[in-house]
Design a protein around this ligand. Structure first.
Ligand SMILES: NC(=O)c1ccc[n+]([C@@H]2O[C@H](COP(=O)([O-])OP(=O)(O)OC[C@H]3O[C@@H](n4cnc5c(N)ncnc54)[C@H](OP(=O)(O)O)[C@@H]3O)[C@@H](O)[C@H]2O)c1
Length: 293
C-alpha cells in the first residue's frame, strides 16, 4: 500500500518508519520542511502527485506549555493543519489515521476515559487538538482518530529523557504524584499504527471513528520516574538521584494538566485485537537495548 506520513521526524514518526521498513509498503515519510501541513495548496499538490492509499498524520504542535503563549500557532497546526490533511485525503478518496491526545479531557473524571466521554480540555494544546479531531471527523468520513498519552522514547523532549538529563546535574528531582495516566512507548504506538494500516482496506463502516491506545498499568509521574531510576543504573556513568514526591500545586507550569489522564483502551482491543502496551516491558527494552528508539 502507498502510505503518506506527515510529521515523520517526530518521536512517533521515526518509530513508524522503522515499523514499515521491509514490509513491502511504499512509504512517503515527510517532515515539516518537506510538507508543512498548514500549507493547503502544497498538501493537495503532494497528495495528487503521490496518490497515496492511506495517510497517517503525526504532524502536530506538541509544546504543551508554549501553546499557552502561542495559541494561534497551536491552532494553525493542530486544527487547520489537521483539516488540510483530512480534506486532501478526502479529495482523492482515501482514509486518514490522525493522532490525538488524552489532553482533550479535563481529568476530573474518577475512572479511565472512554471514547464516549465528552471532551472538555483545560489547556490550549488540548483545545487545539480537540478542534483538530472535529475538523478531521467533519472533512473525511473514513477517519481513525487514535488518542494516546504520555509518550516516551529515547528521543529528546519527553519525560523519560528529561528525567535522565536532569539526573546528570541534580542530586534531587521533584516529581508530581497526583496526576495519573498510562505512559506509552512511541514504538508501541508505531506498531499499533502499522497493525491498523494493515487492516484498513478491509474496514467496514462501523470500524471508523475514535480509539484510545495507551500503556498500562496506570501510574503517576512519580511512580514512572521511580521505575526509570530503578533501571537507569544499568547505563554507564549513571549517578544515583533522589526523587521527591510533590503535588501539582507545587510545580507551576504555564498549561494546566489533567489530574486523570487514564484512557480506557477496551474498544481497540475488542475491535482490532490490539492489547494495551505494557510500559514496564517497554522501559526494560529501552534500557537494555538503548538503540531501540
Ligand atoms: N508526545 C506526547 O506525549 C503525546 C501524547 C498524546 C498524543 N500525542 C500526539 O502524537 C502525535 C505525534 O506526537 P510526537 O510525540 O511524535 O510529537 P513530536 O515528536 O513533537 O512530533 C511532531 C512532529 O510534527 C512536526 N510538525 C510541527 N508542525 C508541523 C507543520 N506545520 N507541518 C508539518 N509537520 C509539523 C514537528 O516537526 P518540527 O520538529 O520540525 O517542528 C515534529 O516532527 C501528535 O499528534 C501528538 O499530539 C503526543
Amino acid at each position: 500500500m502507498k502510505i503518506l506520513i506527515t510529521g515523520a521526524s517526530g518521536q512517533i514518526g521515526k518509530h513508524l518508519i522503522s515499523q514499515f521498513a521491509n514490509t513491502g509498503h511504499n512509504i512517503l515519510a515527510l517532515d515539516r520542511q518537506q510538507l508543512d501541513i498548514t500549507d493547503f495548496n502544497k498538501t493537495v499538490h503532494i497528495f495528487n502527485t503521490y496518490q497515496p492509499e492511506l495517510t497517517i498524520n503525526l504532524a502536530a504542535y506538541t509544546a504543551v506549555d508554549l501553546a499557552e503563549e502561542n495559541s494561534e500557532h497551536a491552532f494553525l497546526v493542530n486544527q487547520q493543519g489537521a483539516e488540510n490533511i483530512s480534506k486532501a485525503a478526502a479529495s482523492i478518496d482515501i482514509p486518514i489515521i490522525h493522532l490525538s491526545t488524552d489532553y482533550v479531557f479535563s481529568g476530573t473524571k474518577s475512572a479511565p476515559y472512554t471514547e464516549d466521554d465528552v471532551p472538555d480540555p483545560i489547556n490550549t494544546y488540548g483545545k487545539s487538538k480537540l478542534a483538530g479531531e472535529l475538523a478531521v471527523k467533519k472533512s473525511n468520513p473514513r477517519h481513525l482518530i487514535l488518542r494516546t498519552a504520555w509518550v516516551f522514547s529515547n528521543e529528546p523532549k519527553n519525560f523519560l529523557t528529561t528525567m535522565l538529563r536532569l539526573a546528570e546535574t541534580q542530586k534531587t528531582i521533584s516529581v508530581v504524584d497526583d496526576q495519573t495516566g498510562g505512559p506509552t512507548y512511541a514504538n508501541d504506538i508505531a506498531r499499533t499504527l502499522a497493525i491498523l494500516a494493515n487492516q484498513i482496506q478491509g474496514f467496514t463502516a462501523s470500524d471508523w471513528g475514535t480509539y484510545h491506545y495507551a500503556g498500562m498499568p496506570y501510574t503517576t509521574w512519580f511512580e514512572f520516574a521511580q521505575a526509570i531510576f530503578q533501571l537507569a543504573p544499568q547505563r554507564d556513568g549513571f549517578e544515583p538521584t533522589q526523587l521527591i514526591r510533590i503535588k501539582s500545586s507545587q510545580y507551576k507550569t504555564l498549561a494546566k494538566r489533567p489530574r486523570n489522564s487514564q484512557l480506557n483502551t477496551q474498544k481497540i482491543t475488542d475491535r482490532f485485537a490490539i492489547p494495551p502496551a505494557n510500559w514496564h516491558l517497554a522501559l526494560k527494552e529501552l534500557f537494555t537495548k538503548p538503540d531501540a528508539a
